[in-house]
Each structure stands twice: as C-alpha cells, then as structure tokens.
Design a binder for this molecule. Structure first.
Ligand code: ZN
Length: 338
C-alpha cells in the first residue's frame, strides 16, 4: 500500500507550526524507526495569536528540547486538559510535567495494560539485530517509509502514567466556543489506546495517535497488542467518515476511511498468508517468517515474528489454528491447523 511522507524541510524542531485550523504541532527531536521524524505534540484551540484556552494531545517524550519547545508554544495559553492516546514512552511522559506546570488534568483511557500471558522467548538468536533503537534515542535516523514493509517491534512503556480523568468512547474530553473533542477507544496497538475526535462544526478531525499512521503500519505486539482488537478498531475508524486523520507521527491523512480500508486489507492479506503457511505444514513462527518474509531484510525478521504471533493469536481465537502444548500462543510454540 501507499504510505505518506512528511518532508523534513516542512517543519522545524523546537517550534510550533499550524497543521490545520485550530491545530498547531510541535515535533519532538526523537526521530527513530518507531517515531519517523519524531513525536508530534498537538495544541488545539486558542485565539488567532495562539493564546487563550487550549488542550494538548500527547505531550511527548522526556527530552529537554521538547519540554522547552512546548513551554514556548504554550506561552500565553491556559492549558485546560492534557489528552494522552496511550503511554508508550514517546507519547505520555511529559504529561506529568505539563500537568504540574499548568494544573490541567491528564485524560486517557487508563494506564498501560497488564501483560495477560507470557509470550515466551524469541527462539532465533543468530541474526543481525536492528531493534536496539529506543523511541527516545535522538541519534537514530528515521526509517524511510518506503523501506518499512513491517514495523519495528518493541516500544518502551511509561508504566508510571495514570490519568487523572478516565475517558471512554463518546466522552466529551474538551470543549470550547465552536468545537468539541470526544474520546474514541481504539484498542489494538495497545489495549488502552484512545483516539480523539475534534468537531468544529465544519471539519471532523480524528487524532489517531499510533492507531492509524500515514507513514507506516502500526506495531501490534502481543500480549498487550491485539490484532483482532486492532482490526475492529480500524473498522470503527473506517466507518466514521472523518475529513482528516492526524497521527502522532507523520503527516495528516486526507480521506482516512479509504486509507484505513487499505490498512485492513493489508492486515487481512497477511493473516491469510499466515493461515496458508500453517495449513501448508509450517509449524513454528521462525519457519513462517523465513517463508513469508523471504523478500524482507533479515534485520526485520524479529519484528516480523512478533507480527506473525499477533496474527496467530487471532487465528487461534478464531478456531482455525491450534497451538500445541500451551494454552496461549508463544513465540516458541508449535502450531497446526484445526
Ligand atoms: Zn505507541
């Protein structure tokens, strides 16, 4: 499928820039293969000078440069709410600082979920490593969207984050003269992922966090990542007919329903390939990845194994695949068709 790029020349680290009416963005200087050019923190509302009452979505990582950039961008503003899509380390950590500075409450679906089961150890150890980058590592160059046939695997998690206000689908989380923001629970990338829908009476904008990104597919990594939930959450977004989706990483996505339909088709095609692999006699995740990802660089096989595990969890739950000797699918398990 066709991904979108954000031209590096189109923004400046350390300053806020308008991306839509009512919406400014400050990009943190934490480029990596998880974050593209970096985390986009959004400031919504304010007057024509960017002053007055605002809300902030995903304050971002604990980086001094980003904290200073946000302080500058919010000078003259009154922060009314701090909205957090989920608590990966590139999204939520600065919420604590901003809440202390401004007195504004943090709003999210909840803290990071507990791991529901042990997914075991990756059985493959002797292949080139390319997943040591942290989402906080500003020294890491961003991956090019065109190279990203599969996402990187592990993002570090801000387990200290606990929202002041819990929000679920349909809850009004912020409102001002002429616009309103409501929550939309979209589990899949993480179990607590919440999108935020801004309606100003003319344009419907969905802030999609990491649920839907223009530049890359989304990491869905069990046990907290859930492919079945992710597909359901994609269908929810596809059915909304928003005018634009604005993800945390990368550029706004026009006509998001059509884009999300493509994401769904892409995931279902991979699911079909995994099921065919099991039915064809491939029993372990490393065997499946060797075949299904033969054209993909070896460094990407480790994240691919997590992604295949995510599909297998769904196939086991659907009743088309059986996992041997374990109640839940693991990276080191053996699978057979049912
Ligand atoms: Zn994330």
């Amino acid at each position: 499928m066709q991904f979108l790029t954000l031209d590096r020349a189109s923004f400046t680290y350390g300053s806020s820039q308008p991306v839509a009416p009512l919406v400014r963005r400050v990009i943190a200087e934490n480029p990596s293969k998880f974050t593209y050019h970096g985390t986009g923190t959004y400031v919504i509302g304010g007057d024509e000078h960017g002053r007055g009452d605002v809300v902030v979505i995903d304050p971002g990582p604990t980086l001094d440069s980003h904290r200073e950039a946000l302080a500058n961008a919010l000078a003259g503003c009154t922060v009314r709410a701090i909205l957090v899509t989920h608590c990966h380390a590139d999204h939520s950590p600065l919420a604590a600082w901003l809440s202390a500075e401004s007195g504004a409450p943090t709003v999210a679906f909840g803290p990071h979920g507990d791991d529901a089961w042990d997914i075991g150890e990756d059985p493959v150890v002797d292949e080139p490593e390319n997943d040591s980058a942290s989402a906080d590592d500003p020294a890491t160059e961003p991956a090019e969207p065109t190279e990203r046939s599969e996402p990187a695997v592990e993002e570090s998690t801000d387990r200290d984050f606990v929202p002041d206000v819990v929000a679920v689908t349909g809850d009004v989380v912020a409102a001002a003269d002429g616009w309103v923001i409501t929550g939309l629970h979209t589990p899949g990338h993480t179990s607590n992922h919440l999108c935020f829908a801004l309606d100003d009476g003319e344009v419907r904008t969905l802030f999609t966090g990491d649920h839907v990104m223009g530049w890359s597919t989304t990491v869905v990594s069990p046990p907290d990542g859930d492919m079945a939930a992710y597909l359901d959450s994609l269908r929810v977004v596809a059915g909304r007919r928003d005018d634009v989706a604005i993800p945390t990483h990368g550029p706004p996505i026009p006509n998001p329903s059509a884009f999300v339909d493509e994401l769904i088709a892409h995931r279902l095609e991979r699911e079909r390939q995994v099921l065919d692999a099991v039915r064809g006699g491939l029993a372990t995740i490393p065997e499946m990845v060797e075949v299904l990802y033969a054209a993909v660089r070896k460094e990407l096989h480790k994240p691919a194994r997590r992604s295949v595990l995510a599909h297998l969890v769904k196939l086991v739950d659907d009743g088309t695949v059986v996992v041997e000797g374990s109640t839940r699918p693991r990276l080191d398990a053996t699978f057979r068709p049912d």
